[in-house]
Design a protein around this ligand. Sequence first.
Ligand code: AMP
Length: 250
Amino acid sequence: MKVLVAVKRVIDYNVKIRVKADQSDVDLTNVKMAMNPFCEIAVEEAVRLKEKGVATEVIAVSIGPKASQEQLRTALALGADRAIQVLTDDPVDSLAVAKLLAKVVEEEQPGLVILGKQSIDADNNQTGQMLAALTGMGQGTFASEVVVDGESVNVTREIDGGLQTVKLSLPAVVTTDLRLNEPRYAKLPDIMKAKKKPLDVKTPEELGVSTASKVTLVKVAPPAERQGGIKVGSVDELVDKLKNEAKVIS
Ligand code: AMP
């Protein structure tokens, strides 16, 4: 069974986000980029399925500018067998990504597609769901456990107040939650080996998909600056301030 993993290039989660002076977008100048953390979990899960003998091949896919090949090489160093880049410098929204992934799914016919539950830059939480709708596959979102059992996969999901397990017939779409696994670090020899693994480049035009969006980014504003804290002298003073200044208790 082939497993397709979608990998997104995003701002490294350790970086403090800066907004452009004209508030048109986040400033990406000289900013460290990395693989979306939920996609790292998706790669790890796919590689573990291969190590268990459940998956025969792991294919990493990324849609974005040339630089997103760095994240594909990381996926290859972590254990993916080959990579596909859909090269575009246009901003792509979730629907465009899902349509492009659907085309790759049509070509590759994977048994399982694993995506992150959400990209930490745009917080869309849409692509996996849209891909499932476009391809007609079942979806197991926010997975904290994935068990392939013959022609189906059991996905345990974290929901309000507990865990829910759904059974999906294969092929299926799974999106990863934080507790699914702890991704490994790439070892130096694997990083060297990854340079030689195949990486195909396609374009949205070749796949027959328009990346035009119906959504326009109007404005990005940074969060309000936090006010400095103060030290209170007693519990009575704290209660008084909470009541009369912050007005959070009565
Ligand atoms: P989102 O719906 O944008 O929050 O993203 C959820 C997941 O969809 C990500 O964790 C990726 O697995 C996948 N995804 C989103 N955008 C891309 C992209 N440009 N290239 C590859 N995968 C993507």
